[in-house]
Design a protein around this ligand. Structure first.
Ligand code: GLU
Length: 449
């Protein structure tokens, strides 16, 4: 084992020893650190500066109690968190997730991932993530509002447009950001527009932010597929999820001439061989906040299957996991590829297990890893902050054009780095290396802080 392999092993062991229960965090650290080995071998300064030990330790974590009352007057207590992972290249930036599965391991994994993702956008944003184990499913608007107000009453002490700027993630969309912003503004007595992104257009939100993650995923995939001499035209596409990322991925995939045949939620998936009717999905998910099962009830060509994981058994050319972490394991990866899938790009954060990712790389399919492929959302968040600083609104076309440019740059940088470090075609390594160099060199420039 080389000196640097030993260094990586030692840091992975340290992470495990410190937080033995944080499986998701350990996995993401392993994915990143093992893939940047060629950089460490070439540049001993990273080890000398203990950059790995520093980068795996969030700069700050806050955890707090969130008490709120439901519509019957009963009291509930949830946990709130904010993980401020790294501020080397800008204020902490990253979403808030409201979901019963939220815990420190998941938020540390998401915050770590966000550091690298944000670096790839080329924009000046550090990495963070937060959220709560609150479940917005089935709650009334008034309950969600009271929860958001209680959550922000504490969170406001730790954020600010020059400090940390949260946004949405699973369970946090326009409605929640509105309540959170309203409470922040009231308590701080200041209209600090860029303190949150994903805002409504009427109070400083950016056009195309809603579409950005899904559209960005397709811009990235288009660049990746075209670099390999193919196009998206006429391809059969499997999408998981039916939230914000999935909906706008489907929209852009259809615009590029692909046929999307599935989408899903945590209960099950729909298969529609005639192609997903996106207007119907939007009606059910965005307007009615209903379940995807209802799609099959209203659309004769579609069938519904209970259990969301079966979606990976549907034959396709391209797969876009857009639901959540760990949704594709090794067996599902094997099924996808055995059925002819040649392109996979991740709209969700770490939807594939480490074993599944190794299998994609071995099989030489075109693989766009999450931190590169889904960076469009946070990139447009940073553009929203730029507009807030200017006190101006850009047009939809202007934001969309910049998003396209950013996603192309992310692809080109990852591709170039993979070639430069002797692993051509491996965009996992290419993206991690490019992001790492930017953050690590800046950390060294700042001294021991
Ligand atoms: N939650 C999104 C992500 O995973 C967006 C974060 C943001 O816009 O700050 O990248």
């Amino acid at each position: 084992m080389s000196e640097m392999q030993q260094y990586v092993e030692d840091v992975l062991a340290l992470v495990k020893r410190r937080d033995p229960d944080q499986k998701e965090f350990q996995d993401v650290v392993k994915e990143v650190l093992t893939s940047i080995l060629p950089v460490l071998e070439k540049n001993p300064k990273y080890k000398a500066n203990k950059i790995l030990e520093r980068i795996v330790e969030p700069e700050r974590i806050v955890q707090f109690r969130v008490p709120w009352t439901d519509d019957k007057g009963e009291i509930h207590v949830n946990r709130g968190f904010r993980v401020q992972a790294n501020s080397a290249i800008g204020p902490y930036k990253g979403g808030l997730r409201f979901h019963p599965s939220v815990n420190l391991s998941i938020l540390k994994f998401l915050a770590f991932e966000q550091v690298f993702k944000n670096s790839l956008t080329t924009l000046p944003i550090g990495g963070g993530k937060g959220g709560s184990d609150f479940d917005p499913k089935g709650k009334s608007d008034a309950e969600v509002m009271r929860f958001c107000q209680s959550f922000m009453t504490e969170l406001r002490r730790h954020i600010g447009s020059m400090v940390d700027t949260p946004a949405g993630d699973i369970g946090v969309g326009g409605r929640e950001i509105g309540y959170l912003f309203g409470q922040y503004k009231r308590l701080q007595n200041e209209f600090d527009a860029a303190v949150l992104t994903g805002k409504g257009i009427s109070y400083g939100g950016s056009l195309a932010r809603t579409e950005a993650t899904g559209y960005g995923l397709l811009y990235f995939t288009k660049a990746m597929v075209e670099a390999a001499g193919d196009t998206l035209q006429g391809k059969t596409v499997v999408v998981s999820g039916s939230g914000n990322v999935a909906i706008y991925a489907i929209e852009k995939a259809q615009e590029f001439g692909a046929k999307v045949v599935t989408c899903s939620d945590s209960n099950g998936y729909v298969y529609d061989p005639e192609g997903i009717d996106l207007a119907l999905v939007k009606q059910i998910k965005e307007v009615e906040r209903g379940r995807i099962k209802e799609y099959a009830e209203r659309r004769p060509s579609a069938t519904y299957t209970e259990g969301c994981r079966g979606v990976w058994s549907v034959k396709c050319d391209i797969a876009f996991p857009c639901a959540t972490q760990g949704e594709i394991n090794l067996d599902e990866a094997k099924t996808l590829i055995a059925n002819g899938c040649k392109v996979l790009a991740e709209g969700a954060n770490m939807p594939s297990t480490l074993e599944a990712i190794d299998y994609y790389l071995e099989s030489k399919i075109l693989f766009g890893p999450a931190k590169a492929a889904n960076a469009g959302g946070v990139a447009v968040s940073a553009l929203e902050m730029s507009q807030n600083s200017e006190r101006l609104h850009w047009t939809f076309e202007e934001v969309d054009e910049r998003l396209k440019g950013i996603m192309n740059t992310i692809f080109q940088n990852a591709k170039k780095r993979a070639e430069e470090y002797g692993v051509p075609g491996n965009l996992v390594a290419g993206a991690n290396i490019h992001a790492f160099l930017h953050v690590a060199d800046t950390m060294i420039a700042h001294g021991l802080v």
